[in-house]
Every structure is written in C-alpha cells, then in structure tokens.
Design a protein around this ligand. Structure first.
Ligand code: NCD
Length: 317
C-alpha cells in the first residue's frame, strides 16, 4: 500500500486505494490466506495507550498486534510520566527512543492527535479521539457491511441515536458515501446535527420514516459521558422513540434488516435483548472482524518507510 500515513487520525487521511487495500488485506487475514508478514530486521514493537475506557478496541488491537508477531506493550498512562505533567509528545518520543514503532492512542480530547501529523514522534493510530473520529471502527464496519452485501452502491444506511457525540458516526459519514451508500441520520433532536450540516445526507427525528427507507441500521449508544451538562431529557423515553426491538422491525416490515452497533450496547435503551440475541444483530461479527481489519491497519502503517518519524528537530539524518 503506497504512502500509508504515519499518523492515521481520520478517514480523510486515506485515499480510496488505501481503503480498498486495507479491505483486501483484512480479508486475507480473515481467510488465513496469510498469517503474519515476515519482519526482516527487527520484531516491531507496538504500544496501546488508552487514556479513556475501552473493552473492544483495546483488546482487539492487543490481539491483532500479537497475531502479527509484534511485541505488545500496554502503556499505562496512569502510572506514566504523563501524570507528572510530561506532554504526550515527549512521552511518544521517549517510547520511540525505546524502540517502539507505533502506538494506538485513545484520548478524550478531540483532534489531539492531528498536531503530530507534520512531524510524528511515533507512528500513531487513532483509537478514538473525543467526539471527533474513530477511523479503525469505521473501517471494520465497512468490512462487515461488504461481507453482507459486496456491492454497497445505492444502498441506504441509517445511523440512529447520539450522532453528534459519536466519533464512530463522524468516521462513517466520511467513509460510507465513498462506496456509493446513501446515509440518513436519525435520533432525538438533541442528538442529530442541524439540517444541512452534511450536504446530501438526510437528517430526521422520525425513526420509522428512516428505517422504512433503509437496507442497514447502525445504532449508537447515548454517550452521556460526552454530554457535558446538555439536555438529555429524551433519555428516559429513548427506547420507545428511537430504540429497536424485533417487534418494531416486524411492524416496519424490516424483519431481516441487519442491525449494527459498535458496542457497548445499553440493552433496553438502544436495543432490546431479543434483538441483540437475534440473527439481525451484527455486533458480534463487527467484534470478530475488528481483528483482521486492525491487523491490516497495523501492517500498513508499519510498512511505510517514513524517515521523519521520531525526529523532533528534523536535523538528524
Ligand atoms: C465506541 C467508542 O468508544 O467510541 N465503541 C467502540 O470503540 N467500539 C462507541 C461508544 O463509546 O459508544
């Protein structure tokens, strides 16, 4: 894959060939057509640094790293010099000097990683930054959608729920239209963007209207921890207004529609238990697909030959 970015912070960092390259590499990993790449000179060392909670993303990266034959370091921010006031950049340069090749970072600060693009202290993969983006989640979701329907062109997907606070939705909105998909954003008015914010994307509070027009439903958690005192009065009636159950899908004539969710699910809020236990629910497949997709992303970032990584002043040769 040519010129894979050293800081993979946003879906916008990838061109279409790179996206397709990741899909085909992930498929090879999933089908076990290849196991791990031959690392010639040194076993790569990859760290994860989760400055915010995680189950799925952190562990799937940890497994992907080890399946690739890399050395894995779980960098614990709470016991690191970050707690003594060291900047993230100094910390990453320190890891670079210790031979770490790349770090997967989750942070609650939106766009915190963008500043590293000009002169990366280390290769960086965004594991979710605030409400900004979660590009590796969107890539594994695309992979899952393409497993269900190879040609996504002309298909409609509705993203349901807390779209404005969801970094996953922001990455999906960048990614899926590139494959010819139509998107609808649906949720309580406090959770959806203003009309016209995304040209060409329909925005509505009416879930039934959106679902009737959809080939896929992508549900989101209400991310209360990101609301910062905003009005969340809709929460108590959320399941009735915007939650999904098998009964609701039947009434909408959508009993076979695939329902995706990045996890973690609040059962009884965005999805009923019977739906999570049904064949409609794709959440477990998304988790399964996260491993080959993240293996592909790690391999791609490791194999770019960016000589600028870890050079704080740019004068060393
Ligand atoms: C998401 C996240 O943390 O951004 N989950 C995930 O990574 N699989 C979604 C969420 O927090 O609701």
């Amino acid at each position: 894959m040519n010129n894979f970015p050293s800081v993979f912070e946003s879906i916008k960092d990838l061109d279409f060939q790179q996206i397709e390259g990741l899909l085909s590499l992930a498929l090879k990993f999933k089908k076990r057509e290849i196991d791990s790449p031959p690392f010639i000179n040194k076993t790569p060392i990859i760290a994860t640094s989760f400055l915010e909670n995680s189950t799925r993303t952190k562990h799937s990266f940890a497994i992907a790293i080890q399946k690739l034959g890399c050395m894995y370091i779980d960098f614990n921010a709470d016991t690191s010099s970050l707690k003594k006031g060291e900047s993230l950049e100094e910390t990453l340069l320190t890891l670079h000097c210790q031979g770490v090749d790349a770090c997967v970072i989750r942070t609650s600060v939106s766009r915190e990683l963008a500043k590293f693009k000009d002169r990366p202290p280390l290769k960086i993969i965004n594991g979710g930054d605030g409400i900004h983006e979660h590009p590796t989640q969107a890539m594994l979701d695309l992979f899952t959608l393409k497993e269900i329907s190879e040609d996504l062109g002309g298909k409609t997907l509705t993203i349901i729920g807390d779209v404005v606070h969801s970094r996953v939705s922001h990455s999906l909105i960048e990614l899926l239209p590139q494959f010819g998909m139509n998107l609808i954003l649906a949720g309580p008015k406090q959770c959806i963007p203003a009309a016209g914010e995304y040209p060409g994307i329909e925005i509505t509070t009416d879930l039934d209207y959106a679902a009737e027009r959809s080939d896929f439903l992508y549900t989101l958690r209400i991310q209360k921890e990101r609301h910062k005192g905003e009005d969340s009065s809709y929460y108590d009636s959320y399941h009735q207004t915007h939650g999904l159950s098998l009964d609701r899908l039947r009434k909408l004539n959508k009993k076979d529609i695939p329902v995706l969710h990045p996890g973690p699910v609040n059962i009884g809020v965005e999805l009923s238990l019977d739906l999570v236990r049904s064949a409609n629910y794709q959440g477990y497949t998304q988790v399964e697909n996260s491993i080959p997709m993240r293996m592909a992303i790690i391999q791609a970032i490791l194999s770019n030959n960016d000589k600028n990584v870890g050079r704080p002043h740019g004068e060393r040769s």
